[in-house]
Design a protein around this ligand. Sequence first.
Ligand SMILES: [Zn+2]
Length: 307
Amino acid sequence: MSDTLQRFMFDSSPVRGELVEISDAWQQVQARRTYPAAVTTVLGEMMAAAALLSANLKFNGSLIMQVHGDGPVLLLVVECDSALRLRATAKLAADAEIADNASLRELVNLHGHGRFAITLDPADKLPGQQAYQGIVSLDGDSVAGVIENYMLRSEQLDTKLWLAADTQVARGLLLQKLPDEGGTPSPQADNERWDHVVTLASTLRSEEMLSVDIMTLLNRLYWEETVRLFEPRPLSFHCGCSREKVGNMLKMLGREEIDDALADLGGLDIDCDFCGQKYAFDAVDCAQLFVADAISAAVQTPGRQQH
Ligand SMILES: [Zn+2]
């Protein structure tokens, strides 16, 4: 069983849970490059976390988790859509020297300017509708800690995460306290039940999470609880890049900048950071990007003048 997301509920606690295990998709992220060990851990943990948060999305679209670093790691990005298709990439500073045991702070928050962002991007946006983005400072010594802080601030939900990753696999556990909707006979008992399941999960260590599958983890932690399992969902690697999207990105840079780059390089070779797909734009391709715009502007102009 690999690349699976398993949701569950406790019969006697107002808590929902999810476990995730990502192996094949995580291998595909790492296929084209070797990251330093500390970066592998953080990016893998973000992958597991993005899948755990995406499993609860209420819309068709993507959750994008980003860390903007001010240290040797400049950017970490993980994207997961509502079909649990993932992609991820990391950008390191050119002269980055990263110790195997570098902490999250040393990687991305060296000067206290690191930022963590989650974007919720619906696939079918209404005209004028923007993606929602929440940004917080990088409070926390671990990916799990940063996300817990984010969830408490932005969603006002008690959420706990346990994450672990190496080059082989990324695994994660999420527990979330269900909101008290007024029908609870004893909020205090609910809090005690929440504390109880969290305390049990807090015994988890990375080594254990990396060495056994998620169902074994679930049984070890909660063998005394009645746990209800939902249908497991598969995850996969997917990159949604396309020639059209790369063309749009070039257009946003503007004609002048593109012409300068063409003069220097002769043609533009763009590699997708996520999947390695190569896109080549020569001078004719670039000219066409802007010609299409010029034509549509010319077609629209007479229409406007009639009014
Ligand atoms: Zn791609």
